[in-house]
Ligand binder design. Structure first.
Ligand SMILES: Cc1cc2nc3c(=O)[nH]c(=O)nc-3n(C[C@H](O)[C@H](O)[C@H](O)COP(=O)(O)O)c2cc1C
Length: 306
C-alpha cells in the first residue's frame, strides 16, 4: 500500500529512496545490522565516524542507561578510513546508500579522510562530525566556535568530491548562527543534532557513571530539544537539513519533516529494535497517504502557524 506515495527525497544532492537514514555510531558499518534489517527498506545509513588511522576510543564504562535515553563516551572508536574502504564497504549488500562520517582532531585529518573517499563510488555523501561532545581534542571545539566551524567546512569542501553535510553540536547557545556559518562556508546540507553533553553519578561508588566523566545524552530525552533546533536552523538557512535526536517512531520522524527536515536519522532506537528505521519509513508513507500527500517531500516544512 505504501508504494502509492513517492518516498524519494534529494538530500543536498544525495538521492535517497526514502527520508530515513540511520545515525553515525549507532549502526556500525552497516554489515552488523544487515541480518536484522533489509537496508534497501531505508534511505541509507551513516557509517561510524572515520579518522585517518584506526582509533580505540575510551576505556569502559563508556555507555550507561539514563531516564529516556543513554549516555555514551565511546570517543570515536573506528577502524580507520583504509579498512572502511577495503573491508567494510565491499561487504555491504548492493543497492545500499552509504554516507561516510568523517572526524579528526584537526582540519587536515578531515581533509585526509575526504581525499581517500573522493574516488570511492560507494560513498554517496560525506557527513562532517564537527560535534562529538566528549573527545579531548577537536569535536566540540569545531562545533562550538563559529570561526573554527567555518574554516573546517571550507577545508572539507575543498577535499571532498561528494556532497557534504555538516553535523552540528547542540551544545551551543544559538544553533541558527552555526547553521548559517556552515551555509556561508559552502556546506551542501546540515545534520542535527549530535548528543547533548551530560553526566551522571553513581552515589554508592561516589564516582561518575562513565569513566570519562562527561558523555553525550541521546534517545527520547533529547527529542524536543532536537526538534526545536532543527526548526530554528530551518528558518535560518536554505540548504537541506537532516533531523536527528530521539526519533523512535514514525510520529517522531514526521514532526522533524514538518519542522523543515528533508530527511531524518534514527540513532539510539536501533539498540532497542534494529528494525526501527524500516518501521519508521513504512509509517511515514502510511501517514503521507492518509493525509493526502502524494510525495513525502510535500511534508517538509509543512508546519502550519497558529
Ligand atoms: C553509542 C553512540 C555512538 C555514537 N557515535 C557517533 C559517531 O561516531 N559520530 C557521530 O557523528 N555521532 C555519533 N553518535 C551520535 C548519533 O549519531 C546521534 O547524533 C545522537 O545519538 C542523537 O540521535 P538519537 O537520539 O537518535 O540517538 C553516537 C551516538 C551513540 C549513542
Amino acid at each position: 500500500m505504501s508504494d502509492a506515495v513517492d518516498m524519494r527525497v534529494d538530500l543536498a544532492g544525495i538521492p535517497l529512496r526514502n527520508p530515513v537514514l540511520t545515525a553515525s555510531g549507532t549502526f556500525g558499518y552497516g554489515t552488523e545490522l544487515a541480518p536484522f534489517l533489509d537496508l534497501t527498506r531505508i534511505g541509507g545509513f551513516v557509517a561510524k565516524s572515520l579518522t585517518p588511522k584506526p582509533r580505540i576510543g575510551n576505556p569502559p564504562p563508556r555507555i550507561a542507561e539514563v531516564p529516556a535515553g543513554m549516555l555514551n563516551a565511546i570517543s570515536l572508536e573506528n577502524v580507520g578510513v583504509e579498512a572502511f574502504v577495503e573491508d567494510k564497504l565491499p561487504a555491504l549488500p548492493e543497492g545500499v546508500t552509504v554516507i561516510a562520517s568523517v572526524f579528526g582532531t584537526e582540519p587536515a585529518h578531515y581533509a585526509e579522510v575526504c581525499e581517500r573517499l573522493a574516488e570511492v563510488p560507494r560513498v554517496a555523501g560525506i557527513e562532517v562530525n564537527a560535534s562529538c561532545p566528549h573527545v579531548k581534542a577537536g569535536g566540540i571545539e569545531f562545533g562550538q566556535d563559529p570561526k573554527m566551524l567555518g574554516d573546517l567546512v571550507t577545508v572539507v569542501k575543498r577535499a571532498a568530491r561528494q556532497p557534504v553535510l555538516v553535523k552540528l553540536s547542540p551544545n551551543v547557545t544559538r544553533i541558527a548562527d552555526m547553521a548559517k556559518v556552515c551555509e556561508d562556508a559552502g556546506a551542501d546540507g546540515l545534520s542535527l543534532i549530535n548528543a547533548v553533553q551530560a553526566m551522571d553519578v553513581d552515589i554508592r561508588r561516589r564516582r561518575t557513571v562513565l569513566r570519562n566523566g562527561l558523555g553525550g545524552l541521546s534517545g527520547p530525552a533529547i527529542r524536543p530539544i532536537a526538534l526545536r533546533m532543527v526548526w530554528q536552523a530551518a528558518q535560518a538557512v536554505k540548504i537541506p537539513i537532516c533531523g536527528i535526536g530521539g526519533i523512535s517512531t514514525p510520529e517522531d520522524a514526521i514532526k522533524f519533516l514538518l519542522c523543515g527536515a528533508t530527511a531524518i536519522q534514527v540513532g539510539t532506537a536501533n539498540y532497542l529494535d534494529p528494525e526501527a528505521a524500516g518501521r519508521i519509513a513504512d509509517g511515514i508513507a502510511d501517514y503521507a497517504r492518509e493525509q493526502g500527500f502524494p510525495r513525502v517531500s510535500d511534508l517538509v516544512g509543512a508546519l502550519e502557524s497558529w
